[in-house]
Design a protein around this ligand. Structure first.
Ligand SMILES: NC(=O)c1ccc[n+]([C@@H]2O[C@H](COP(=O)([O-])OP(=O)(O)OC[C@H]3O[C@@H](n4cnc5c(N)ncnc54)[C@H](O)[C@@H]3O)[C@@H](O)[C@H]2O)c1
Length: 444
């Protein structure tokens, strides 16, 4: 089975490489010529662990073309993974997907035989069977049915582990126009997954709802744990880690994503939650739970700023360790570290920051430039107060000596990452989520 992938970005490039690594001949296409050229010269177009390795190993089965119609015409299945940016209502715009249907349709006109079009971009409920199907049928001159299958098949991946998550997913979610289309797609996953994931097949709208519901549920769990961390901040002796680890023993709850730290970010969680609430409101359903999750998430940065304000000596730079929205990625979209830097700069504070991968992307997306340190250690040495914003494991390796000075350095550790024995011995480490992280309330 020959496969085409339309959109070679953060998700499309890894998918193309994973499918090629499992023996499928894959041709990718993108409106961004640089991404097409990157694939053809054997270079990963995006920064993602293991992607380069997969491209290196599978070059004979992986190539790209700027001609999307040609890519579709020479293949049997087409995955469409183009952006679906949030619109003013909080929902997702289908404009890029609908526009991609023009070239997909043109390619289908050039070929005969069965073809399946798979929408992998995250779309709002009603989209696949609505305007996307209409655009596909109009441009291809074919009706979805015997000669043309349509599926909605979003990926459940996290940036930084996209390849691993694609190879060993918990679930394959397939919204299908009919059984033939779903069977074709399921056969691809039979071959491409290293594990035997649960497969859930359903109609389009249930699959579209499932996708945004999963992320909304996870963000609710994160905000719940963060609410608990905020409570623990204010109670001497309380420790969110101890409480969440115990709560997570209950099999109805589980420990995953129940960490209690700071807000969630990235290109999916914040906007999927907002889209879920927008959907509920648009059809007259109650949206308070999703809205509260978002409100609590936006509040998390205030917790960090409050902790800084209470302890900053007043002069010297504030050192921010971590700008990526999570470890193992250079993505800074909606990242708490970047938001902190922006808020501090707006407030006229001096900032020095470091991130193992995201320094360049942070500088490119921030309004005011900040001082970038050459290493985590240099960032600590240059700062008069340090905040750990992303739990990169390498921050643990900064030697205690870098934190040692008189008067003692204050470190605000949002992820309780640094060793209490080593760093706590030489610096005043404030672990967010552990009693007394916030200043005591003023008494009358
Ligand atoms: N990044 C994630 O973590 C993630 C996770 C789950 C779902 N998604 C969803 O996947 C979709 C894609 O996300 P992404 O992060 O890969 O986006 P991205 O911006 O990194 O990549 C999208 C690519 O599509 C290309 N493109 C746009 N229009 C095109 C067209 N008509 N033909 C060919 N190429 C075109 C762009 O040039 C870009 O390279 C979105 O709907 C997103 O919500 C993303």
């Amino acid at each position: 089975m020959n496969i085409s992938v339309v959109g070679l970005g953060k998700l499309g490039a890894p998918l193309a490489a994973v499918l090629a690594s499992k023996g499928f001949p894959v041709v990718g296409t993108d409106v961004n010529r640089a991404f097409v050229d990157a694939i053809n010269t054997g270079t990963a177009p995006v920064d993602e662990p293991r992607l380069q390795e997969l491209i290196d190993e599978n070059r004979e089965r992986l190539r790209a073309t700027p001609d999307a119609a040609a890519a579709v015409a020479e293949t049997d299945v087409t995955f469409v993974i183009v952006p679906t940016p949030s619109d003013v209502t909080g929902g997702f715009s289908n404009d890029f997907v609908v526009s991609a249907m023009q070239s997909v349709g043109a390619g289908l006109r050039r070929k005969s035989g069965y073809h399946v079009v798979v929408i992998t971009s995250t779309v709002m409920p009603g989209s696949t069977g609505g305007e996307i199907r209409a655009a596909l049928e109009a441009h291809s001159g074919r009706r979805v049915g015997d000669a043309l299958g349509l599926c909605y098949n979003p990926e459940f991946i996290a940036l930084g582990s996209v390849v691993r998550d694609m190879l060993t997913p918990d679930m394959i979610l397939i919204g299908e126009s009919d059984a033939k289309a779903g069977d074709t797609l399921e056969r691809i996953y039979d071959k491409s997954c290293d594990n035997k994931p649960l497969v859930r097949r359903m109609n389009f709208v249930n699959a579209e709802l499932t996708k945004i519901s999963v992320n909304t549920y996870v963000t609710t769990k994160i905000s719940y744990a963060n609410m608990l961390a905020d409570i623990c901040d204010r109670i001497p002796g309380a420790d969110v880690e101890v409480v969440t680890q115990a709560i997570g023993c209950d099999s109805r709850i589980g420990v995953k994503y129940l960490r209690g730290a700071i807000g969630y970010g990235g290109p999916c969680f914040p906007r999927d939650n907002v889209a879920f609430a927008a959907l509920a409101r648009s059809i007259g359903a109650r949206a308070e739970l999703a809205e509260a999750t978002d409100t609590l998430n936006r509040y998390q940065i205030e917790r960090v700023l409050g902790a800084i304000q209470a302890r900053h000596p007043g002069t010297g730079a504030i050192g921010v360790l971590g700008l990526a929205y999570k470890p193992d990625t250079s993505v800074v979209e909606q990242s708490q570290g970047l938001e902190l830097v922006e808020r501090l700069l707006e407030d006229g504070q001096d900032v020095v920051a470091f991130d193992p991968r995201a320094l360049a992307s942070a500088q490119a997306s921030i309004r005011q430039p900040f001082q970038a340190a050459a290493s985590a250690e240099a960032c600590v040495r240059a700062a008069s107060l340090v905040v750990v914003m992303t739990p990169w494991p390498e921050f643990r390796a900064v030697p205690a000596e870098a934190f040692t000075r008189s008067p003692r350095l204050t470190v605000i550790d949002c992820w309780r990452l640094l060793s209490r024995e080593e760093i706590g011995a030489v610096a005043d480490v404030v672990y967010l989520g552990r009693g007394a992280a916030q200043p005591a309330p003023a008494t009358a």
